[in-house]
Design a protein around this ligand. Structure first.
Ligand code: GLY
Length: 392
């Protein structure tokens, strides 16, 4: 296992946040969600901001579920009707989207429907939400290639450039398949998810517990071809958000499969990630960089990793000493995000600043990203309350 190379928390403020601190941080985050409400009733925030401002968009992006997920979290945290009513309005929009097949030709159906429809059904019993979630899961299942044993990430299933291409982000999309299996009794959903995760563990995780962002498998022979990056620095570096998707996704894989190998992988990925953090504990956008200044950070990857570390800590046996370490790291990351990365109430309509969407495309660099806002709120929820994840 990759070991922790330096005293992970010695130089940091280690005290676990108490209820008062967490309540203040939740209130600050919710003030920002409240500020977004009037603008994002009919519309959704764009994937990333421009100069700290999210433009309003229709329900057409892979990211729309994060806003609805934030609304459900806000409703669970406060019981305030204003959050629930906008979230419920969004559910109609997600139902229409899956019915009309609006930009659903990709694997991010999991991100989209787990946090919107499935969360709605879980929390309110809304049957339209349930049927939309199931329809999304059926579309996702169609992306499973039975020779390559992977869910194809992007593009038409016949596109030679995309055939057999899996990506690490998909670890957060497969929970939709496990949910659909449970809801319908159809084991095909879970079987595809199991096979995809097995390939992810085998092909996306390198020997040193760094990760490929994407990997190609031959769809005629089932043989592995090669890894490559899409949003990272290079094919052989670890894109920080990919590593964070891996930490969280493999911890969730254990939740869904009870296979302890996934906990071991999640721990190795976590250690690799933690060993490459700059002094303030917020990762640079790619883990090839570990410098204190000069390289853009990805606060959204930090927020995802915090949730992953908390899921992992909860899953480890009580006797495992890393439980406390991972929890303390998650709390330290959340504290730094709250102290230094929170968007100002004036001049922004985001929650967290200083993320990177897509460095190679120069899109959303040092901006807010809507999934970072979601995962920051989820991390706060996890630290403050016992909470059944929407991903479960
Ligand atoms: N899943 C795409 C991204 O993390 O940017």
């Amino acid at each position: 296992m990759t070991t922790i190379l330096y005293e992970p928390l010695a130089a940091r403020k280690l005290e676990r946040p108490d209820r008062q601190e967490l309540d203040a941080r939740i209130a600050a985050a919710l003030a920002r969600v409240d500020r977004m409400l009037p603008q994002f009733g009919e519309y959704f925030p764009a994937p990333s901001s421009e100069s700290g401002i999210y433009a309003p968009i229709d329900n057409v992006e892979w990211t729309n579920g994060f806003w609805t997920g934030m609304l459900w979290l806000a409703w669970q945290l406060t019981g305030e009707e204003r959050f629930r009513s906008v979230a419920e309005r969004n559910i109609q929009s997600f139902a229409t989207r899956v019915e009309r097949l609006v930009n659903v030709d990709h694997h991010d159906l999991g991100f989209l429907y787990t946090l919107s429809a499935c969360a709605a059904y879980r929390l309110t019993g809304d049957t339209l939400a349930r049927s939309s979630g199931l329809e999304a899961a059926r579309l996702l299942l169609k992306r499973f290639d039975p020779v390559a044993n992977v869910i194809q990430a992007w593009g038409d299933m016949k596109d030679p450039k995309q055939r057999g291409r899996m990506i690490i982000d998909c670890n957060l999309n497969v929970p939709l398949l496990y949910w659909a299996s449970r809801e319908t009794g159809n084991k095909d959903f879970a079987a595809a998810a199991d096979k995809h995760l097995a390939q992810a563990a085998k092909l996306l995780v390198r020997a040193d517990a760094s990760t490929f962002h994407t990997f190609y498998v031959d769809t005629k022979t089932g043989k592995p071809r090669h890894g490559s990056t899409h949003q990272g620095h290079s094919d052989d570096s670890s894109w920080a958000r990919g590593q964070a998707w891996g930490i969280y996704g493999f911890a969730l894989a254990w939740r869904h499969t009870s296979d302890p190998a996934y906990l071991d992988i999640a721990s190795k990925l976590a250690n690799h990630f933690l060993n490459r953090l700059p002094g303030d504990g917020i990762c640079c956008w790619d883990l090839i960089f570990t410098d204190e200044v000069g390289t853009p950070r990805d606060s959204s990857a930090a927020a995802i990793a915090a949730c992953g570390l908390l899921e992992l800590a909860q899953a480890l046996p009580l006797s495992n000493e890393m439980r406390e370490t991972y929890e303390a790291w998650a709390a330290a990351i959340v504290r730094t995000l709250g102290d230094n990365y929170l968007a100002p109430l004036e001049g922004s309509n985001a929650v967290l600043l200083h993320a990177v969407y897509h460095m190679p495309n120069k899109a959303g660099v040092d901006e807010a990203c809507i999934w970072g806002d979601y995962f920051y709120l989820e991390a706060l929820m996890r630290l403050r309350h016992p909470w059944e994840p929407y991903w479960s």
